[in-house]
Design a protein around this ligand. Structure first.
Ligand code: NAD
Length: 271
């Protein structure tokens, strides 16, 4: 699938991996890159991307990715102004790390992980990315119906691609009960959507990045990174966001690639 001249939509585009993907898609000739984020730094990013590209390519949209009205509004506006979105990378994500059960050694009382926090992480990391992807498939299905097309056939060329952002934590990670659950959940969503959406010519995959140098990881602190991350990473450094962006563009543009891609820099954590 060619990235050239396509309309792409990235959530969490204001920072880290989402930002790197947006820049890379613009560099590779996407016609429009929609930058969705709840923080208004996407305005500045849009200016930077447009400057780098020497054309107007970035379209910033500020709002909460978990808000259904915002999501449909963004798709309505973009479809009307730029045409159907055919690349979706829903990268917005959060961590709310704590042990599943925390025992207070003094009192002997044990506290479970907050269920309210668990639901918050589910909304942002699992339900929202799935619905940003489904919304793209909805628009592609309708556009095909309007063109009188039925079941997709290979001669037509690929209509669209979704890449979900999983994580090495999908295999389990201490202190990440909610985060790990959402990232493992995305595997099920990707595996199901890939089977269903191919009817409309849409491919769907999931990338599992290892620890990548973004604000999400930096907030763990240098000491934690040195002690608990780098020794268990084959490269003995954090992955650069542009390395993950490159892998995502590979997944989008090479239609023979399906399923999951592990871009984990040789992550081999202790038990
Ligand atoms: N950094 C890593 O090591 C790593 C590893 C594996 C997977 N990931 C995943 O990659 C994705 C990007 O992570 P990152 O490291 O770039 O994080 P980041 O914190 O640098 O960026 C996340 C962006 O998402 C936005 N966001 C969060 N919640 C939102 C919401 N409800 N609505 C709109 N925007 C929202 C934030 O404003 C931020 O700009 C996440 O899904 C994360 O789980 C990161």
């Amino acid at each position: 699938m060619k990235i050239q001249d396509k309309v792409a939509l990235i959530t969490g585009a204001g920072s880290g991996i989402g930002q790197a993907v947006a820049r890379e898609l613009a560099k590779r000739g996407a016609r429009t890159v929609v930058l969705v984020d709840r923080r208004d730094q996407v305005y500045e990013l849009a200016e930077m991307i447009n400057k780098e590209a020497g054309r107007v390519v970035a379209e910033p949209k500020v709002g909460d990715a978990t808000n259904d009205t915002f999501r449909t509004q963004v798709y309505d506006e973009v479809t009307a102004q730029q045409g159907v979105v055919s690349i979706c990378v829903p990268a917005a994500g959060i961590t709310r790390d704590a042990l599943a059960v925390r025992l207070d050694k003094e009192s002997g009382k044990a506290e479970p992980y907050s269920v309210t926090t668990f639901r918050e992480v589910l909304e942002v990391n699992l339900i929202a990315p799935i619905y940003w992807a489904i919304e793209m498939v909805v628009r592609i299905a309708e556009s095909r119906a309007a063109r009188g097309l039925k079941r997709w056939s290979p001669e037509e060329g690929i209509e669209g691609a979704v890449v979900f952002i999983g994580s090495v934590s999908s295999q389990g990670n201490k202190g990440q009960i909610s985060y790990a659950t959402t990232k493992a959940g995305l595997e099920g969503a990707a595996a199901t959507l890939t089977k269903e959406a191919m009817f409309y010519g849409v491919r769907c995959g999931i990338i599992h990045p290892g620890f990548t140098d973004t604000p999400m990881v930096r907030k763990m602190g240098d000491e934690y990174i040195e002690k608990y991350i780098l020794p268990y990473t084959q490269l003995r450094r954090l992955i650069r966001p542009d390395e993950i962006a490159d892998a995502i563009c590979f997944m989008i543009s090479n239609s023979a690639v399906s399923g999951e891609l592990w871009a984990d820099a040789g992550w081999h954590p202790p038990a």
